[in-house]
Ligand binder design. Structure first.
Ligand code: AMP
Length: 389
C-alpha cells in the first residue's frame, strides 16, 4: 500500500452497502472510490464514483490505478472482470469466493464440504427435469434460479404438484441460460445469521448471532443478540469459521441459517457486509462496515462485542416518519438517499437498549407511532421469537 497518502478503498457496486462502507472508512482516514454501472448509485452522493460497465476493460484498469484495495458492495460482478482486476490490485475477498457464491449449486456443495447441512435439492435444466426433481423432493418446495437471485427474487414456491406449470412459466426461461435448483421447503422455527470478520493475518471475530424475519423473501426485522441457547451460537461460529478458512477469506462474511428442531441448516452466504448486520453500527463496539474496511486494508480488527440489545427495521418502498424515529430514545435513522420505489430498500432504523425489556418497550412505542405494529410484532408480541414468516 502507498504509505505517503491516504489509502483509497475501491468498491465495486454503489448501493447502500458501499455508502455505509464510505461512512465507516472516512474517520479511519480511508478514502473510497466507487464503480457502478448506474450514474445515480446512492453511494455516489458521498463518495467519488466512476460510472462504467463491468465489461469496460479500460474503465476497470483506470479504477485499479486509483485504488489500493478493491472490495464489493454486491456479489454479482462478473468474475472474469474481477479476476482481471486482481492482476493489478489486491481484491478482498478473493475473486474465487465470488465464483462460488454466484451459483447456488456450488454454494450448496461448499456448505456440505464444510460440514454445513443443507436442505435436499436437485438441479433442474428443463421441464422434464422439474417433474423428476419434484418426484424426488416432493412439495412444498422452492424453485430458484441458480444465478442472480436476491431478496427472494428469482424464486417460486410450489405448494402442490399442480404448481409445477406456473413455476415453469415463471422461471423456465432461466433454465436455458443459468439453470435452476429445486429446494425442499424448510419449515424452519426461525432464521438466523452469523457475521464474521477475517483480517489479512487470519484473525477472525464474530458478532452476536442475529435473528431475522422476512416478508415476501425480503429482510424486515433483525434482532441482536438473537435469544436462544449458547450452543447454537457456538455451532454457527464454528460453521462460519470453517467457511472462512476454506475460502481463504478476508473481510466480512455472512452465513444465513435456518433453525429446525435445534439443528442449523445453511441457506446461503454473502461475501460482504450484510443487511442483517446493520444493527452493528450502533449496537456493537465496532460495526461490520468499519471492521470490513479495517480487514481489507490490513488494519487491526475492532472488538465485535455488543453494547446492549438492538433491533433493526428495514424501510422498504418508502421511508416512515423520520421525526417519530428521532424522538425515540437511542433510535437511529438511516436514509440511503434513494428514490422511493416498490420493493426497494430505501433506509433502515436501529433501536438500541441496555436490556431486552427496555428494547421491547422502545420498539413498541415507536411501532405504534409509525403504524408498523406488524413489522415489530416478532419482538413486541412474543418473547423474542414470533412466527417464522
Ligand atoms: P434466499 O434469497 O434464498 O435467501 O431466500 C429468501 C428467503 O426466503 C429466506 O430468508 C427464507 O425466509 C425463504 N426461503 C428461502 N429458501 C427457503 C427454503 N428452502 N425453505 C424455506 N424458506 C426458504
Amino acid at each position: 500500500m502507498n504509505t505517503d497518502r491516504q489509502p483509497v478503498l475501491g468498491i465495486l457496486g454503489g448501493g447502500q452497502l458501499a455508502r455505509m462502507l464510505t461512512l465507516a472508512a472516512t474517520p479511519l482516514g480511508v478514502k473510497t472510490l466507487v464503480l457502478d454501472n448506474a450514474a445515480d448509485a446512492c453511494a455516489g452522493q458521498i463518495s467519488p464514483l466512476i460510472r462504467a460497465d463491468w465489461e469496460d476493460h479500460n474503465a476497470l484498469l483506470a479504477f485499479a490505478g486509483q485504488v489500493d484495495v478493491v472490495t464489493f458492495d454486491f456479489e454479482n460482478v462478473p468474475v472474469t472482470a474481477v479476476r482481471r482486476l486482481a492482476k493489478h490490485v489486491p481484491v478482498y475477498p478473493n475473486p474465487e469466493v465470488l465464483a462460488v457464491v454466484q451459483d447456488r449449486l456450488s454454494e450448496k456443495k461448499l456448505f456440505r464440504e464444510c460440514g454445513i447441512a443443507t436442505t435436499a435439492f436437485q438441479v433442474v435444466n428443463d421441464r422434464t427435469g422439474l417433474d423428476a426433481a419434484l418426484k424426488a423432493i416432493g412439495v412444498p418446495a422452492i424453485l430458484k434460479t441458480r444465478r442472480l437471485g436476491y431478496d427472494g427474487k428469482g424464486q417460486f414456491r410450489l405448494k402442490t404438484l399442480e404448481d409445477a406449470e406456473a413455476a415453469w412459466s415463471s422461471l423456465g426461461d432461466f433454465a436455458l441460460g443459468h439453470g435452476l435448483i429445486l429446494e425442499a421447503f424448510v419449515p424452519f422455527d426461525r432464521e438466523l445469521s452469523v457475521l464474521a470478520v477475517v483480517g489479512r493475518d487470519g484473525q477472525c471475530h464474530t458478532w452476536a448471532l442475529t435473528g431475522n424475519w422476512h416478508i415476501d423473501g425480503v429482510l424486515s426485522l433483525s434482532l441482536a443478540p438473537a435469544p436462544g441457547n449458547e450452543s447454537l451460537r457456538e455451532q454457527a461460529t464454528t460453521l462460519v469459521h470453517h467457511l472462512a478458512k476454506r475460502l481463504d477469506y478476508v473481510g466480512v462474511l455472512t452465513l444465513e441459517l435456518f433453525v429446525k428442531d435445534g439443528q442449523l441448516i445453511g441457506n446461503e452466504m454473502a461475501p460482504r457486509v450484510h443487511n442483517s448486520g446493520h444493527w452493528s453500527i450502533e449496537g456493537s463496539r465496532t460495526s461490520q462496515f468499519e471492521n470490513h474496511v479495517r480487514a481489507v486494508l490490513g488494519m487491526p480488527l475492532g472488538d465485535t462485542g455488543m453494547r446492549g440489545h438492538a433491533a433493526m427495521f428495514n424501510w422498504i418502498g418508502s421511508l416512515p416518519d423520520e421525526k417519530a424515529v428521532l424522538a425515540t430514545v437511542d433510535a437511529h435513522w438511516h436514509d440511503y438517499g434513494k428514490q422511493p420505489r416498490q420493493g426497494r430498500k430505501v433506509g433502515h432504523t436501529t433501536v438500541c437498549a441496555p436490556d431486552l425489556a427496555t428494547l421491547r418497550m422502545r420498539v413498541g412505542t415507536l411501532a405504534q407511532a409509525l403504524g408498523r405494529q406488524d413489522q415489530a410484532s416478532p419482538l413486541t408480541k412474543h418473547q423474542g421469537y414470533g412466527p417464522a414468516n
